[in-house]
Structures are given as structure tokens and as C-alpha cells.
Design a protein around this ligand. Structure first.
Ligand code: UDX
Ligand code: UDX
Ligand code: ADP
Length: 465
């Protein structure tokens, strides 16, 4: 079966970049990305490529090439569903904030709505591809809804988890380590898998396209993220031990990373991992394990989250301690708010939690991030519900100029590893700060010795500075 029209429901951090690359690499396939959020769709259609809703290096060029040719962004969900042979579901699946499984299970409300909408709008057989991270066995639920509400049509459900990392999405999509496609063992299932393989094979070598059953595919996504997050929590646990003993976590990471069985990636100690996936996927895994009565498995993975929460809190508490145990009324400048560099995404960013702790101590936080808007920063704080939004606006200020942001502050904290921070005129920063001028490098990116020579007091993660 040859696919000529694709629809993707959800124009977010996953759907947008993924479909842009598919459209670029498959010019003969019409790709329509739909979303219920009109503002988002307008932004995807904006002439000014700086206004795209997702910031990713290289994405503007891909969109410029394909948009209007075979890549379209629209809010007409039903029309796009109707004409497509293959439909990707790429809607958000946040952790539930209410009821059973609150704070743990994924909220599948949006996925279910999508399935019902696909069933209602379809008048031909379709292949439905799960792109959102979903708990194991969701495909079954989607299939059940489609089979029972879909006018007797035949739907094939594939699981095609996304492994792109934000900040390198275009690179990761163009040259993936692997593409994973899970499908049914039946003849129809295998045909559906092959149809999707054909799409990716336009630019991905076939030996990197892995096919499995649906449940292996779903579980692989959760497992990959759990393993990656576990590495970060493991090195962060060691960072605290380094600080206590005088070892240097970067040296330890280099030494263990040289062991090919361990490998050198994902060993950067930090203020804590964030992003839309790690915590959510592990919580999901924990919830699923508990629901099968596998409590040791659940406890084991839950520890990765506990370590991460500890690392974020530890960073904030260290700032308080170093500022003579009181930050009340003191200006503390955050460089960075995004959960990592090269993205404007802030979901679960460590900066949010560190700020929350400091604001509870009545510090005055001043934030500078090259890509994150003030609106998003306040929304992140308000979402925690720790205090009123008026109070958040009173204690937290967002400034667009880094030199303005650091002026008269007691401390500067690096929360995101943006490259530009390294190249600042730190001498100038030093002169504009209150003394003793303190730097808390939550990403270990600055030249600490140089800063100390300038007169700064420097503290970093896992280092005896
Ligand atoms: C280990 C370290 O590998 C080595 O670097 C250190 O110097 C000593 O400790 P060793 O205990 O000899 O070496 O063997 P290793 O190959 O690491 O296996 C340890 C155990 O883990 C074995 O029981 C092995 O069967 C098990 N294992 C290893 C697994 O169950 N699965 C794996 O994927 C790898
Ligand atoms: C992750 C997975 O990498 C990706 O495969 C999956 O599809 C989605 O989730 P993402 O969350 O975009 O991607 O970014 P990632 O690079 O994995 O970083 C996650 C968090 O871990 C960031 O906050 C990052 O700063 C932190 N991190 C990462 C560290 O603190 N140290 C490291 O060594 C690596
Ligand atoms: P991700 O990181 O998984 O891409 P995002 O939140 O960035 O998550 O994007 C998900 C998108 O899906 C949002 O833009 C949201 O408006 C959209 N969405 C959610 N439910 C539906 C739906 N039923 N129909 C169309 N779009 C939807």
C-alpha cells in the first residue's frame, strides 16, 4: 500500500518537526498537520519563520522548503482525517492531575478524543499511528474505540514512538539511531507496518528501521527514557558524593564513560533533568508496574525521580545557605529557564522548582532566557499553585537583557546550558553585582578558575570549588 496523504493530529514539539521532515523527504506525499489550537496553527503558517511556535535549530529551513508545497498546517481536523490514508496521533499526554492515578498515570483524554474523532470523520479504512508517548496497551484502547464506533471500517494501529530530543530534533529526525515501528502480527498489520517503513526508508537506512509487536514498541519508548533519566540521576547522586569527598564529578564521568560498556553520553551532572518525557514516562512505568502488583519494579524506578527532586532542592538550598541562610529581599539572577539549551520548551524545567523554593524564601528572582517568553515563565510558576499569580509576578521579574538582569544581584545561577552564557563579559558582570558576587553553575559550563580570579565565589555541581 502506497501512502499519498498523511494527517498528523497535534502540531506541538513532536508533531511539528516530525511532519516537517517527513514532508521534506517525501515530496510526493501530502502532509497536513492539524491542531485545535488556532494560535499555534497561525504561528506555523506565519511568513516570519522566527515566529514558529517551536524553536529548533534548522527547523525554519525545513519548514520553508516544504510548507505550501506538500506541508500544510490547518485547524480543519475532520477534512484532514477524511482525506488521509495514514493518521499520526501526536497530541499531548500529560500526567493526570485528578482522580485515580493522579500525579502518576498519563491522562489519555486527548488521545481518546482523537480516536473518536478519527472514527467519526472516516469513510475509508485507515492506518492510525501512535506517535505520542503512551502507556503500554493504549493501542488496544484506541483500537477498541475505532472498531466500535467506526462504521464497520478497518483500522490498523501502529506504534511509532518518537526518540528525538528537543534542541536537536531536526538532526535526530534526519539521522536517527533507529526508527521503531510496532504493529499487529496479522497480514493486515504487517502491510500497515510496511507502508510506514516505506515512508522512513526514503531517508533512513533499512537496517535502522526496527519492527516489533505493538507492546514491545510502546514499552521500548518508556524504557529508553527511563534508562536515560536513570543515568542522569545516577551521575547526580555521584555529584553529591563528590562534593562531600573532594572528587570531581566531571573527572569521574570521564573515567567511567571511557568504559565502552558504560559509554560517555548522558553523564553530565546537572541541577536536575526536565523536559516533557523523562518524569512523565517514569511515573507511567511506575504506575503500570504497580497496577500489575510489581512493587519492587515500581520502587526501583521511582527512586530515579526522587533523586532528581532532591538534586533540584539541593541546588536551591545551597544558594540559600551560601547567602548566609537568608535570601529574603535579595536579588538572585537566573540565567536560563528552558529545560535544556536550544529549545523554548520549559516543561518540567529544573528552573521552575528552584525558583519556587527561593520565592518561598521571599527572594527576588530575575530571569533571563534567550528563547523563553515572560508569559511562559509566569504560566510555569502559576501552574505549581504554590502562591497567587500576583505574588509570582511580585517576586519574579523577567528581563530581556542579561547584563541588565545581573545588575545589583547577590548571586547568579546558571539553570540552562545556553552557549551564549559562556561568552559573556564576566568581568563586567562582576562589577555590576553586589559583593561577595556568587555564581552557582547548575550546568558546569563556565570557566570556574577564571571567574575566581576575577573575584567571584563559584559553586558548581559535583565539584569542590
Ligand atoms: C566486573 C566488572 O565488569 C569489572 O570491570 C571489574 O573489574 C570487576 O567486576 P566481573 O564481575 O568479572 O567484572 O564480570 P562482569 O562481566 O561484569 O559480570 C558481572 C555479573 O553480571 C555476572 O554475573 C554476569 O553474568 C552479570 N551480567 C553482566 C548480566 O547478568 N547481564 C549483563 O548484561 C552483563
Ligand atoms: C528525551 C529523550 O532523549 C528523547 O529520546 C525522547 O524522545 C524525549 O525525551 P528531551 O527531553 O528532549 O529528550 O531531552 P534530553 O536531551 O534527553 O534531556 C532531558 C533532560 O536531561 C534535560 O533537562 C537535560 O538537561 C538533562 N540532562 C541530559 C542532564 O542533566 N545530563 C545529561 O547528561 C543529559
Ligand atoms: P508534544 O511535545 O507531545 O508534541 P505538545 O503539547 O507540544 O506535545 O503538542 C500537542 C498538541 O496537540 C497541542 O498543540 C494541542 O493543542 C494538540 N491537541 C491536543 N488534543 C487535540 C485534538 N483532539 N485535536 C487536535 N489537536 C489536539
Amino acid at each position: 500500500m502506497k501512502i499519498s496523504k498523511i494527517c498528523c493530529i497535534g502540531a506541538g514539539y513532536v508533531g511539528g518537526p516530525t511532519m516537517a521532515v517527513i514532508a521534506q523527504k517525501c515530496p510526493e506525499v501530502k502532509v497536513t498537520v492539524v491542531d485545535i489550537n488556532q494560535k499555534r496553527i497561525d504561528a506555523w503558517n506565519d511568513e516570519d519563520l522566527d515566529k514558529l511556535p517551536v524553536y529548533e535549530p534548522g527547523l525554519d529551513a525545513v519548514v520553508a522548503e516544504a510548507r505550501g508545497r506538500n506541508l500544510f498546517f490547518s485547524t480543519d481536523v475532520n477534512k484532514a482525517i477524511k482525506e488521509a490514508e495514514m493518521i499520526f496521533i501526536s497530541v499531548n499526554t500529560p500526567t493526570k492531575t485528578y482522580g485515580e492515578g493522579r500525579g502518576m498515570a498519563a491522562d489519555l483524554k486527548w488521545v481518546e478524543l482523537c480516536a473518536r474523532q478519527i472514527a467519526a470523520a472516516s469513510d475509508e479504512n485507515k492506518i492510525v499511528v501512535e506517535k505520542s508517548t503512551l502507556p503500554v496497551r493504549t493501542a488496544q484502547a484506541v483500537k477498541d474505540i475505532l472498531d466500535n464506533t467506526g462504521n464497520g471500517l478497518k483500522f490498523q494501529i501502529l506504534s511509532n514512538p518518537e526518540f528525538l530530543a528537543e534542541g536537536t530534533a531536526v538532526e535526530d529526525l534526519l539521522d536517527p539511531d533507529r526508527v521503531l515501528i510496532g504493529g499487529d502480527n496479522s497480514l493486515e498489520g504487517q502491510e500497515a507496518i510496511e507502508a510506514l517503513v516505506e515512508i522512513y526508508a526514503k531517508w533512513v537506512p533499512r537496517d535502522r528501521i526496527l519492527t516489533t509487536n505493538v507492546w514491545s514498541s510502546e514499552l521500548s519508548k518508556l524504557t529508553a527514557n527511563a534508562f536515560l533519566a536513570q543515568r542522569v540521576s545516577s551521575i547526580n547522586a555521584i555529584s553529591e558524593l563528590c562534593e562531600a569527598t573532594g572528587a570531581d564529578v566531571s573527572e569521574v564521568a570521564r573515567a567511567i564513560g571511557a568504559d565502552s560498556r558504560i559509554g560517555s553520553k548522558f553523564l553530565k551532572a546537572s541541577v536536575g533533568f526536565g523536559g516533557s518525557c523523562f518524569q512523565k514516562d517514569i511515573l507511567n512505568m511506575v504506575y503500570i508496574s504497580r497496577s500489575y502488583g510489581l512493587h519492587e519494579v515500581a520502587d526501583y524506578w521511582e527512586q530515579v525521580i526522587k533523586m532528581n527532586d532532591h538534586q533540584k532542592a539541593r541546588f536551591a538550598k545551597n544558594i540559600i545557605k551560601s547567602l548566609y541562610n537568608t535570601v529574603n529581599g535579595k536579588k538572585i539572577t537566573f540565567l536560563g529557564w528552558a529545560f535544556k539549551k536550544d529549545t523554548n520548551d520549559t516543561r518540567e524545567s529544573a528552573a521552575i522548582y528552584v525558583a519556587d523554593i527561593l520565592v518561598s524564601e521571599q527572594a527576588e528572582i530575575c530571569v533571563y532566557d534567550p528563547k523563553v517568553s515572560a508569559e511562559k515563565i509566569y504560566a510555569d510558576l502559576d501552574y505549581l499553585n504554590t502562591r497567587s499569580s500576583e505574588e509570582n509576578r511580585k517576586y519574579v521579574k523577567v528581563i530581556n537583557d542579561p547584563y541588565e538582569a545581573v545588575k545589583d544581584s547577590h548571586a547568579v545561577a546558571i539553570l540552562t546550558e545556553w552557549d551564549e552564557f559562556v561568552g559573556y563579559d564576566w568581568q563586567k558582570v562582576y562589577h555590576s553585582m553586589l559583593k561577595p558576587a556568587q555564581v552557582f553553575d547548575g550546568r558546569n559550563i563556565l570557566h570556574h578558575e577564571e571567574l575566581k580570579r576575577m573575584g567571584f565565589r563559584v559553586q558548581a555541581i559535583g565539584k569542590d570549588t
